[in-house]
Design a protein around this ligand. Structure first.
Ligand SMILES: *Cc1c(COP(=O)(O)O)cnc(C)c1O
Length: 221
């Protein structure tokens, strides 16, 4: 089932990319495996997929070291909020940190990278909907924050990510993220989930984060 769902998503990505004149290979699928067991994740790894997203540090530390040992070439993305006291664990385990969202965290990451020499790619999360309860940088402050991270802190900032408000049309949010990225010379755009990844591809997503369309509904109990 999981592998079949995965194939369907891959086909939809290719079809959508072709429709908007983009190369299917230019769109990276981050399979969001939060709440799902190592057994289920292994089905995708056995099928050859290597790029995964998790949102909780503790859960990732329990699941991923063994999987990374068994399967070569895994690229693990942190897509959930990061507390500063978890920075060492995250820099050690993750290959991409998509949720750099505040100056204090950026400084901690820079210190840890300096100390360990390990430099996972970082994306900056932008709060495109200016939602109070959502983390991310205010779009009007994004240019300054990006410059501070790259020039001031020497962080490997490679991309931007956003999560549009649930009750709004996502396309304008995706377009805003692309605009901010373009004017700052940033190439990677992580945007689009199960419900809206086709729209995100139309708007230039390079990375889409898809969970339930691959693994099925999540059970949080
Ligand atoms: C859970 C999650 C996803 C995946 O959501 P689906 O709707 O299951 O595809 C994508 N991005 C983030 C940040 C998430 O937390």
């Amino acid at each position: 089932m999981i592998v079949q769902n995965y194939s369907t998503v891959k086909e939809t990505i290719a079809k959508t990319a072709n429709e908007v004149g983009r190369k299917p290979e230019s769109i990276n699928l981050v399979a969001v495996s939060k709440t799902h067991t190592a057994d289920k994740i292994s089905q995708l790894l056995d099928a050859g997929h290597r790029v995964f997203g998790e949102n909780k540090v503790q859960e990732s530390v329990e699941k991923w070291p063994a999987l990374k040992e068994k399967y070569q070439g895994v690229e693990l993305h942190l897509i959930g909020g990061l507390q500063t006291n978890k920075v060492s664990e995250v820099v050690a385990l993750f290959d991409v940190i998509e949720t750099v969202d505040r100056p204090k965290l950026a400084r901690k990451l820079a210190d840890e990278m300096e100390k360990t020499g390990k430099r996972p790619d970082c994306y900056i999360q932008i709060n495109t909907g200016l939602e109070e309860q959502k983390s991310g940088i205010d779009p009007t402050k994004a240019d300054d924050f990006i410059k501070e991270c790259i020039d001031g802190l020497n962080l490997p900032i490679k991309g931007l990510m956003c999560i549009p408000p649930y009750d709004e049309e996502p396309s304008p949010h995706f377009a805003l993220l692309k605009k901010i990225a373009d004017r700052n010379g940033i190439k990677i755009l992580s945007m689009g989930m199960s419900g809206d990844y086709e729209l995100a591809i139309e708007q230039g997503a390079t990375h889409i984060r898809v969970g339930s369309s691959i693994f099925g509904a999540r059970n949080y109990s």
